[in-house]
Ligand binder design. Structure first.
Ligand code: ZN
Length: 251
């Protein structure tokens, strides 16, 4: 066979629509003909990019999709099977996918196609899968509460790094407490009547709650007393006062 394969044959080959004899002949030609081999790869790549184009519709206008979904849907050529095969082909070509679609939802689409088994879905159902969720660490909070003992509440924090952010608030609850904001916190808490000790505070921001009902309160960090309660207010060592005080641990 000296004639080059036409586009229709290439697509038919992609779609498994050739008879065994035709397919063998086409593959033999592709194997021996550089030009047709390149066309065949381009054919597979373009059909994959079409499916990529579907997803790119969500992308800002500057990133133009290759083709409208309507155009894809209108063409019976893009069966799900063909797209899946094209994707597999593109994987074999290697690297082409990420080069063609930087950033690339296509990559995960390819993974999906490779993992999923059966083709046969209609073109119109080749919808963009949900983007993989970002790894979001939930805001977690560790802490401990304690009630004042006869109006006395002693809170002491150790192992705090300079610059650690501390917020102290007056609450209407009968119990006070210390809460470390952050999931990766290794902060430890210990309570005794009227007292709460926090160890290994590190750099995990702390929220400290002080009941209004407590009359004698101290918050000590790394051995230094930062907060007392003066009447109805919290009093920071530098003279700041109020129902809520925020400061950073000193050097
Ligand atoms: Zn050829």
């Amino acid at each position: 066979m000296t004639q080059h394969l036409d586009e229709g044959v290439l697509y038919a080959l992609l779609d498994d629509e050739l008879s065994p004899v035709e397919e063998q002949r086409a593959r033999a030609h592709i194997a021996s003909c550089r030009e047709c081999s390149a066309s065949f790869q381009a054919t597979g790549a373009s059909s994959t990019l079409l499916s990529g184009g579907l997803r790119l519709l969500d992308v800002p206008r500057s990133a133009k999709p290759f083709v409208t979904p309507a155009a894809v849907a209108a063409s019976p050529r893009w069966s799900g099977a063909a797209l899946a095969r094209a994707a597999a082909l593109l994987l074999m070509i290697g690297g082409a996918a990420s080069a063609a679609v930087p950033g690339s939802p296509l990559h995960s689409w390819l993974e999906d196609q490779r993992a999923g088994s059966e083709p046969g879905m209609a073109t119109t159902t080749v919808a963009a899968p949900e983007p993989a969720p970002l790894a979001v660490t939930p805001a977690a909070e560790a802490g401990a509460g304690v009630a004042p003992e006869q109006g006395v509440l002693r809170i002491s924090v150790s192992g705090a790094q300079p610059g650690l952010s501390v917020r102290v608030v007056l609450t209407d609850t009968p119990r006070g407490g210390v809460y470390a904001l952050g999931a990766d916190s290794s902060v430890r808490f210990e309570t005794a009547p009227g007292a709460l000790a926090v160890a290994d505070a590190g750099m995990t921001p702390l929220r400290i709650e002080v009941p209004r009902s407590a009359s004698d309160v101290s918050v000590t960090i790394n051995g230094r007393r930062y907060i007392t309660k003066d009447g109805e207010e919290l009093l920071l060592e530098n003279g700041t006062r109020g129902g809520e005080v925020t400061f950073e641990v000193a050097e």
